[in-house]
Design a protein around this ligand. Sequence first.
Ligand code: GDP
Ligand code: IMO
Ligand code: MG
Length: 420
Amino acid sequence: MKVDVILGLQWGDEGKGKVVDVLTPDYEMVARFQGGPNAGHTLEFEGKKFVLRSIPSGIFQEGKLNLIGNGVVIDPALFQLEVEGLEEAGHPLQERLCISKKAHLILPTHRLLDAALEKAKGDAKIGTTGRGIGPTYTDKISRQGLRVGDLFHDFETKYRNAVLRHKEILDRSDLGYDLTALEKQWFKGVEKLKEFRIVDSEHLVQRYLREERKVLAEGAQGTMLDVDFGSYPFVTSSTTTCAGACTGLGVAPNQIGEVFGIFKAYCTRVGSGPFPTELLDEDGQRMRDQGNEYGSVTGRPRRCGWVDLVALRYAIRLNGVTKLVMMKSDVLDTFKRVKACVSYRVDGKVTDELPFNLETNLEPIYVELPGWKTDLTEMRSADELPDEFNHFLAFIEKELGVPIAIVSVGPDRSQTIIRT
Ligand code: GDP
Ligand code: IMO
Ligand code: MG
């Protein structure tokens, strides 16, 4: 048995949470493999809406095991809030959720360091989610991180040493902070975390595969935010591509099965950094309004633009995408014409490969297609879809060379059309 992977092909917020929830019935385990509470994965069903940060999106379905993998970074204080929110809404988690011993802990000082680093950058700031993601992965890579498994062995000393190291940097910054209050919340969160099964997750995943039990790996962020291949330095600090599922769960490359690549029918990004197809006009505002494009973690307005097939082609190759999932098709329902960027003109030369530098001398070249001007939100099967929309799908499939297996026409679980 192989692990199927779902991941974002753009700059995050493609709708991964919704699709994981839709596909969960086919799987026995759903596992997050990277990122942390910088993610906000939204699910809507039966008139209810949930935004998940660290907990995998298979959590609402009975009999499914959800794993927070070793590649994830976890903040106990935010984890506790997330758990309590779900428990209050009547969703029991104890039986359904387990956490890797090797997942790294986001300490309160990591969050403060994130804020201090952003402040020091001034106008050049990345626009992080402020959740301490960068500093936690920095400590991981520099071999100074604390892991969930450390909570059970002389943790106080390790924690104090890390805090002393962080305070040296913090005290040189001009960030004011109250660590005591943050620590109180954090240690309460640690007690909550300990109520869950803390597991040797790589063994668990491998056991599932040996027993022919299907595993779905849930990515966070998106390929264009990948620390190697994204729009560096305006990226997150983890491997958001398919390779991250291998290192973030402990599976070999030849144990990867289907790779579902998710994208919006247009494109968005939050925070700073280049965005070749960004629209600063009425069309962009219309996408933001129709698509309710405001960040699910920070509430920030998302930047909007046309779908970028150059970036998607790149993402498809890097991830070995076998099936595409197109989200938020309904957001373009009222547009008379829709556009797709098929290539870039860089320094006067046309290219369909993503260049090293996305910031300068880059002009997107668009193909314009007729809009469908039809409400898609009530449609549930492929044969109801209007011709112009099918034409748009066929055009994208031809340009990208991968079939669009699923089309989403609204935020609810039911607003999903399976095409193949
Ligand atoms: P994720 O981070 O990839 O899980 O995506 P987010 O949850 O951050 O952002 C996607 C947003 O779009 C959420 O508010 C979803 O409820 C919403 N959404 C998902 N699919 C659709 C869709 O097909 N149409 C519309 N209108 N909204 C959708
Ligand atoms: P999901 O999983 C969209 C962005 C931030 C910032 C950059 C670095 O919901 O798709 P970080 O806090 O990770 O150091 O911020 O990455 N970012 C996201 N944008 N969706 C996300 O997650 C994101 N997680 C981080 O806005 O530009
Ligand atoms: Mg999101």
